[in-house]
Each structure stands twice: as structure tokens, then as C-alpha cells.
Design a protein around this ligand. Structure first.
Ligand code: NAG
Ligand code: NAG
Length: 430
């Protein structure tokens, strides 16, 4: 989430319980949900039966200062997942910070407790109060539950309600994301250690093997110019370096968990991937994107890579302009021809706007509501959260872009939900 526009145990080891369903003629059976691992074929994502699918879902942040999935002081995990399900959605982009994994390593392989996490982030008095609120709403937890066990419980409930989990490495240091001066912008930035990033991806990909719902992972949210660090920016903020890091991260994920689809995000806050799609030079070098470069473990580049883009052009003047921009920025990878060298599935893993009575009827929101389903491009809207434990220093921060209201009890814009969002989900998944 780009603030310039925003102003932005638990799980069993086995797969989900088999759910055989005979067709009416009794000749075939449907495989157990989620029927993975998923692969790509051209512009489609296919399940293990070869049936195409995509995502229509929302972002559930767990990467901010507390590093616990948001909203649990207001509602139970079951209630929140039920709300997502009631929209017909089939996916959640669940975000995490590398710092969480760093702290697991620093603590001899054990994650810190939610008690400690709340107190560290919110202070003794408020941290204790919010912890107690969370325990009252989610009595399965105790003060000694760890953050990762909360992630496990979220993933378990999403599996129970048959919603795919797309894990997203949103940031390194746990905090609100993203600005180009936050020290998390680019590999080598103040808080962004490449080694810790690779380790963190690997850890979460491996850990996620115990989550039946986990089907994919995003390597890094919104790579962007490290404007606080001109030397790094000059020497490293480019497509050539990006390519090296993406290959490194993808190899680590694939080695840890070869079942996962791997999402690649582009430059300038993940707003474009044009050189990848058009097969032009990854500057300042002359190399070009090649699936063969993602070759570990038998060559997963052929069928595990998905492109993700974000768009926050909330003030765009016309739908035609927005469609043209999206196409050029990378959605053209959904079709061959017209200079497209590499066809891929493409998803819009973030877009969003003020959830009020009117904004959803404007050009930007209504264009996306029609165009993404027409493209059969997957998407996850920013953001489910009606509030955050803390954002940019403000505790209990109200999220005006949240699908849910402040206490996560109801939709913030019932007009949008009934007038556009449910149909957008339905038309994307049909
Ligand atoms: C699956 O592919 C067909 C075209 O072959 C398309 O019409 C349909 O919308 C796709 N379904 C999804 C969920 O993408
Ligand atoms: C603690 O919580 C109260 C009530 O939400 C709030 O007014 C106060 O600002 C919080 N303290 C800090 C340090 O943010």
C-alpha cells in the first residue's frame, strides 16, 4: 500500500479433509479442496485437475508493527473469515514482515508471544488491554500463544472455509508500508537485508507446508526507489538487479516448498513489469527475462510464475485511459501478440479507494469492477482491515479504505458491496 495515494496450531499436517462429491451421473469425483498444487499454463492458473482458476479476494495485513493479523481485538478469526466468504471471495493475501522471522531466529527458533508483541508495539498499558480484548474475542489463544500460531490459526480457518491463502512478504521491518524513504524500499536499504529476506521467504514457504490453504507467495511487495539512499538508488535500483533478486528469492521459495506459485512484482511500487512482459533488455544490462533462468529443482520457471501489479490511479479521467495504462504496465501478458514476449497469468494484488457512499461509483472503481472480471485477471482489493492495532504511530488507526468498519463488524460501504463488489467477485470466478 502506497501512502502517497492513501492519504494510504494448530493447522494439521495433512491436507484438508477429502470432500468427494459425485457428479449427478456419478461418473467422476471432485478432488479435495484446494486440489493443488497449482501450476500455470500460458495465461491461466490450473489446479491439479487441469481446471483453470483465479483469485478474487482481499488483503488481510499481518505485517505492521505488532506483526499479528489485524482486527482480532474486535472479532474472532471465524467471524472475519465468514465475512470474506459472504462476498463469495476465494482468496486472502495475507501479509507478513521479515522481522517476524528474524525474531524467531534470534529467539532460538521460537516465535515471541502475542503478549510480548502487543506490549512491544503498543506499550505496557495499551498492549495489555488490546491483548485481553483479543483473548476475549478469540478464546482459543492465550498470552503465551505466538504470533506465528495466530497466522496458523488464520490459515486453518481460511482452509476450513475454502479460501486460498496467498502469503505476501510485505516489508522487512514490521510497520506500515510503503514509502520510498522508509528504509524498506530496495535490497540493501537500511532495514532490507537481502540475506534476511531470503531466509525469511524460505522459512515461511517451508512453514506454510502445514497450511492446506496456502497456494502461492509474493516475493516482495512494491519494490521502489530507495530515495533516502541515493548511492544505492544509483547503483542498484534497476531491472538488472531486480532480476537477480527475484531469481534468488524464487529459488529459495521453490527449494523450501515446490508446490507454491511464485508472484513477481515490478518496479516503482509494483506499478509496471513491462520489460518482463515485452522481453526487452533488463537495463542497464542487456540480458532478458527467461523462464529458463528459474531452473532450480527441475525448472519451475515454466509453470510456477505469476505476475502481480498494483494500481492506485484513483483520479484517472477515463476507463479507456486506465485500461491502456494497465495493458502497457503488464496486463498485456494475458494475451499474446502486440509485442508480448512472455505470456503470464497477471493479478492486481492491490487496488483500493475510500470506502464511502460515492467513491465506488467513480471512474476508477467502476472501471476496475468491470475490466478485471472481463480480463479474467485475479485481484485482491486493499484492504479488509477496518482499523489497525497501530499505523504510523497512531494506535487503533481508522482505515477509511477498509472494506470493514472500525470494529470489523460490518461493511463500511454497503453500497459498494451490494452495488459492485459481489458482482465483481462473481464475474471474476464464473
Ligand atoms: C477459464 O477459462 C475459460 C476459457 O478457456 C474462461 O472462459 C473462464 O472464464 C476461465 N475461468 C476462470 C475462473 O478464469
Ligand atoms: C492508548 O490507547 C488509548 C485508547 O485507545 C489512546 O487514546 C492512547 O493514545 C493510546 N496510547 C498511545 C501511546 O498511543
Amino acid at each position: 500500500m502506497k501512502p502517497i495515494f492513501a492519504l494510504l496450531a494448530l493447522a494439521g499436517l495433512s491436507t484438508a479433509a477429502p470432500n468427494p462429491q459425485s457428479t449427478q451421473d456419478g461418473l467422476s469425483e471432485r478432488a479435495a479442496w484446494p486440489n493443488g498444487p497449482f501450476v500455470t499454463s500460458g495465461r491461466w492458473i490450473l489446479d491439479a485437475s487441469g481446471k483453470n482458476l483465479t483469485y478474487a479476494g482481499t488483503n488481510w495485513p499481518g505485517h505492521a508493527d505488532v506483526m499479528i493479523p489485524e482486527g482480532l481485538q474486535y472479532q474472532s478469526i471465524e467471524t472475519i473469515v465468514q465475512k470474506v466468504k459472504s462476498l463469495g471471495m476465494n482468496a486472502v493475501r495475507l501479509t507478513f514482515a521479515i522481522q517476524m522471522v528474524d525474531e524467531i531466529y534470534a529467539n532460538n527458533g521460537n516465535d515471541i508471544t502475542i503478549q510480548k508483541a502487543f506490549v512491544q508495539a503498543l506499550g505496557q498499558a495499551n498492549g495489555t488491554r488490546v491483548l485481553n480484548q483479543m483473548l476475549a474475542k478469540n478464546p482459543r489463544f492465550s498470552a503465551s500463544t505466538t504470533r506465528l500460531q495466530v497466522f496458523d490459526a488464520v490459515a486453518e480457518e481460511l482452509a476450513k472455509q475454502q479460501i486460498y491463502v496467498h502469503l505476501d512478504n510485505h516489508i522487512s521491518k514490521g510497520m506500515w508500508c510503503c514509502s520510498d524513504t522508509d528504509g524498506n524500499s530496495w535490497w540493501g536499504d537500511t532495514h532490507f537485508s537481502t540475506a534476511n529476506w531470503v531466509r525469511g521467504l524460505s522459512y515461511m514457504a517451508n512453514h506454510g507446508k502445514s497450511w492446506p490453504a496456502l497456494t502461492s507467495i509474493g516475493l516482495r511487495n512494491e519494490p521502489r526507489e530507495p530515495k533516502n539512499n541515493p548511492a544505492l538508488s544509483r547503483t542498484s535500483y534497476n531491472w538488472q538487479a531486480w532480476y537477480g533478486y527475484m531469481r534468488q528469492g524464487a529459488d529459495a521459495v521453490h527449494a523450501a516448498n515446490p508446490a507454491l506459485l511464485i508472484f513477481l512484482s515490478g518496479l516503482s511500487f509494483d506499478t509496471y513489469l513491462t520489460p518482463v512482459v515485452q522481453g526487452t533488455a533488463l537495463t542497464p544490462g542487456s540480458g532478458r527475462f527467461s523462464r529458463a533462468d528459474f531452473s532450480a529443482g527441475g525448472g519451475y520457471g515454466v509453470d510456477k510464475l505469476v505476475l502481480e501489479l498494483h494500481n492506485y490511479e484513483t483520479g484517472v479521467g477515463s476507463c479507456e485511459t486506465l485500461k491502456g495504462n494497465l495493458d502497457r504496465n503488464g496486463f498485456q501478458a494475458l494475451h499474446s501478440g502486440n509485442g508480448v514476449a512472455n505470456v503470464f497469468p497477471v493479478m492486481m494484488t492491490e487496488f483500493g479507494f475510500q470506502m464511502d457512499a460515492q467513491t465506488w461509483t467513480g471512474v476508477y472503481a467502476s472501471c476496475l469492477a468491470r475490466y478485471l472480471p472481463a480480463l479474467k485477471a485475479g485481484w485482491t482489493i486493499w484492504v479488509l482491515a477496518g482499523s489497525y492495532y497501530v499505523r504510523s504511530g497512531t494506535q487503533d488507526y481508522d482505515e477509511g479504505w477498509g472494506l470493514l468498519n472500525h470494529d470489523w463488524s460490518a461493511w463500511r460501504s454497503q453500497g459498494y458491496v451490494d452495488g459492485a463488489l459481489k458482482a465483481m467477485v462473481r464475474d471474476t470466478l464464473s
